[in-house]
Design a protein around this ligand. Structure first.
Ligand SMILES: NC(=O)C[C@H](N)C(=O)O
Length: 349
């Protein structure tokens, strides 16, 4: 009897220990959209002139069996495009799938071309419930190239998405061993492997597959996704007008007559607007078309400047790049057309 009791107690003590040892691997699901990471070139030395998005998610995973050592990796294709051709529909599908998978996997990786990666990352930060890590990655060299960067980027992105420390940091971009926040990341070089940067510095690095954080992201959404795009069939038509010397308002007038529902001005310096463009923009705003001032300077915030900008009801775009201000304006317009409410949204996100 005593022997039986001793055996039973030993067993009870061992069961929890063995269950800790047999801890399950985290699951990571890939949503592939195409890009150079899935690109095929005519030769191993070609790094341009390839077909972007030629390889499927199975091919990418098949050539990276090591990934399964770190996570149970599954995947599906959402599209197979060069990301320069990104559409609202693909964004809606991505947001819908990411929201559906939120309770079913520990992390998500979006495989994406680099040209519009920063825009998709930002769109997803605003439309996907931020409960599990969501990481975007891609490549600068096609999969067929000597020393292609895609496999290591994908492996790092999977390991980052599986890592608990990636939670609560908003949508992340993992490129070239470096971790960026969706809000601040931008492509900064046409061809270099080290193309992604953030004016305020990266969030961290992948050191031999382990995230090493050095900063915290700002304006990260909590709880629910800020915008619900379920049921939307298109995003409002918002054009970006590029500010430059010798402007004459023609581009603003062209945008308005093309049916602009909102305008983003990529101004100089602190969102400064050429006076000829300003006249045309003030007219657009008086017709109820919201105008956001942003900057093509590449870093810094757009704050109040000329008194006339405030009188004309222009919205201050803060530190968002013109292309990200455009997305936030599109999503804001799905909620409100009131300039003051849109300003509050810009101040929050
Ligand atoms: N490196 C890349 O992925 C560029 C490619 N044009 C894309 O954005 O799909």
């Amino acid at each position: 009897m005593i022997l039986f009791l001793i055996l039973l107690i030993t067993l009870l003590l061992l069961v929890p220990l063995s269950s800790v040892r047999a801890e399950r691997k985290p699951s990571v699901h890939l949503l592939a959209t195409g890009g150079t990471i899935a690109g095929k070139a005519a030769s191993e030395t070609a790094t341009t002139g390839y077909e972007a998005g030629a390889l499927g998610v199975k091919d990418l995973l098949g050539s990276l069996p090591e990934a399964q050592n770190f996570a149970q990796v599954t995947g599906e294709e959402i599209s197979s495009i060069d990301s320069k051709d990104m559409t609202d529909d693909i964004w809606f599908s991505l947001a819908e799938r990411a929201n559906e998978l939120e309770g079913e996997t520990d992390g998500l990786v979006v495989i994406h071309g680099t040209d519009t990666m920063e825009e998709t990352a930002w769109f997803l930060q605003l439309t996907v419930k931020p409960s599990i890590p969501l990481v975007l990655t891609g490549a600068m060299r096609p999969a067929t190239a000597v020393s292609a960067d895609g496999p290591m980027n994908l492996l790092n992105a999977i390991r980052l998405a599986a890592h608990p420390s990636a939670r609560g940091k908003g949508v992340l971009v993992m490129m070239n061993d470096t971790i960026f926040s969706a809000r601040n990341v931008t492509k900064g070089n046409t061809l270099s492997l080290d193309t992604f940067r953030s004016p305020d510095g990266p969030l961290g690095y992948m050191n031999d597959g382990h995230p090493c954080w050095c900063a915290l992201p700002v304006h990260v959404p909590e709880g629910e996704a800020p915008f619900d795009v379920k049921g939307l069939h298109r995003l409002p038509r918002v054009y970006i007008i590029y500010g430059h010397a010798g402007a004459d308002g023609a581009m603003v007038r062209a945008a308005v007559s093309a049916g602009a529902e909102g305008l983003v001005y990529a101004g100089c310096g602190n969102g400064s607007i050429h006076r000829e463009d300003e006249k045309a923009l003030a007219k657009a705003a008086s017709q109820g078309i919201p105008v956001v001032r942003s900057s093509h300077a590449g870093s810094g915030s757009v704050i109040s400047a000329e008194a006339s900008y405030e009188e004309e009801g222009f919205i201050r775009g803060g530190s968002l790049s013109p292309q990200k201000a455009r997305i936030l304006l599109q999503l804001s317009l799905s909620k409100t057309g009131d300039f003051r409410d849109i300003q509050k949204i810009f101040d929050r996100y």
